[in-house]
Write a protein that binds this ligand. Sequence first.
Ligand code: PEP
Length: 256
Amino acid sequence: MRRFLIAGNWKMNCGPADAAELLEGLKENKAEVADEVDVLVCPPFVSLSMSVNYLHDTDIQVGAQNLHFEDNGAYTGEVSASMLVEAGCAYVIIGHSERREYFGETDETVNKKVKKALSADLVPVICCGETLDQRKAGDHFDLVKTQITAAFAGLSADEALDTVVAYEPIWAIGTGETASPEQAQEMHAHLRSVLADLYDEDTAEGIRILYGGSMKPGNAEELLGQKDVDGGLIGGASLKADSFAEVITIAEKLSA
Ligand code: PEP
């Protein structure tokens, strides 16, 4: 059995003061003793350093929600991979659907960012997923194949093993709608086979594929119970310490 990764995507929530409160709650909920589960929080840029400091005595890791693919220079408003490393980040979310929709992220920029993250020893959490219209039209399998094939272009199998994939159906993000466990498993198995075609079975097996889209304590067990679901990327429910800790506890129990 793979080791679950439970990741919180805080999006544009929690400046340093709110972050401290949320992390304090997480510690109180004893999430840091989740020995069998990897735990990650992804605060906004301004709260990264304080989150790293705050969590230094725990196993909880910190990641960013984006990076630029250039090293430095005249890119107003952007943050580089080396800056994230300096701030203490271990992971970075890349290609979230909100970045694709609102900030012009493309399959090509996702690929550049994945390469830059890997070159800086940051683990990229590569997001993919379809809209409701694409699913209704039956295009969802081809769509995520295109996204993943582009994101991994030029990566060796060893590099691919240092990545995490997150399947996030856009119709399930922040909507309260969730993919059924069967829909999640079906897509995760498809992603696994896409990765096996790009590399080989062992590599595909070694890459964690997270589910994201309204995961919460009430549905985490059945989603995480699917064979190819290796964890969760969690938005709304990661902003409450007790619900995030509950999902971690569910993952921990499933790992036993
Ligand atoms: C996300 O944005 O990564 C996400 C999964 O959000 P939510 O859990 O709120 O649907």
